[in-house]
Design a protein around this ligand. Structure first.
Ligand code: SAM
Length: 214
């Protein structure tokens, strides 16, 4: 299977055609080998237009959703970004291509370990990993220029808003357990500007500021 050809086709047909236009995001999506983050038995589907299972009842998100959320973050190369929900580590790699430093938190140790192995093998040196409840953010490393939550939350945790720098952007799916709306929240001084994007479906954000029970 020619993964590189598949990946370029994914960018053209799934991303550009649906309106993803940020040049740096498109370049990162062309570069990162998504198939490396996918279990071997599903690898032939790596560049299809859908989420895939990665174990622990979790998923790697659909490529379009990864690109859209990343575009919403508007990262530049000097930014520090927090990712809540490392999952497979694929989104982490995209962020690591675009920002100076990525802090990523995953609640399942086995997923965090696997993601760390793959990202290290691919040569990423600008990622810090943590196992734990990311709904509380990562206070010691805040403020962040961007925060991305890759699991569905019942509401917007104010603790995450408080860890944004001035001008910082939070991208988060908010809604019920079964369907959410993607929001971006931008800090402008003391005020927070909220913008609504598309509807989406994510696995639940569990933890203190997410869903309390599974
Ligand atoms: N960004 C990931 C990728 O590219 O593979 C997809 C992540 S998956 C849709 C959501 C992840 O969030 C799951 O791995 C899940 O275990 C994790 N998660 C859920 N609640 C969490 C929490 N409170 N803290 C950290 N991770 C959490």
């Amino acid at each position: 299977m020619d993964f590189e050809t598949e990946r370029y086709r994914m960018v053209d047909t799934q991303l550009k055609k649906r309106g993803i236009s940020d040049f740096r995001v498109l370049e990162a999506m062309r570069k990162v080998p998504r198939h490396r983050f996918i279990p071997p038995e599903l690898r032939s589907s790596a560049y299809e237009d859908r989420p895939l299972s990665i174990g622990e009842e979790q998923t790697i998100s659909q490529p379009y959703m990864v690109a859209l959320m990343t575009e919403c973050l508007r990262l530049d190369s000097e930014d520090a970004v927090l990712e809540v929900g490392t999952g497979s580590g694929y989104q982490t790699a995209i962020l690591a291509e675009l920002a100076e430093k990525v802090y990523t938190i995953e609640i399942h140790e086995s997923l965090s370990e696997k993601a760390r192995e793959i990202l290290t093998d691919l040569g990423y040196t600008n990622v810090a990993f943590r196992v734990g409840d990311g709904s509380k953010g990562w206070e010691e490393e805040s403020p962040f220029n961007g925060i991305i939550v890759t699991a569905g939350s019942p509401d917007i945790p104010s603790i995450l808003e408080s860890q944004l720098s001035d001008g910082g952007r939070l991208v988060i799916p908010v809604g019920s357990r079964f369907v959410q709306t993607l929001f971006t929240i931008t800090r402008v001084g003391k005020s927070l500007q909220k913008r609504e994007f598309t509807s989406c479906v994510f696995v639940p954000l569990v933890g203190e500021y997410g869903w309390r029970e599974i």
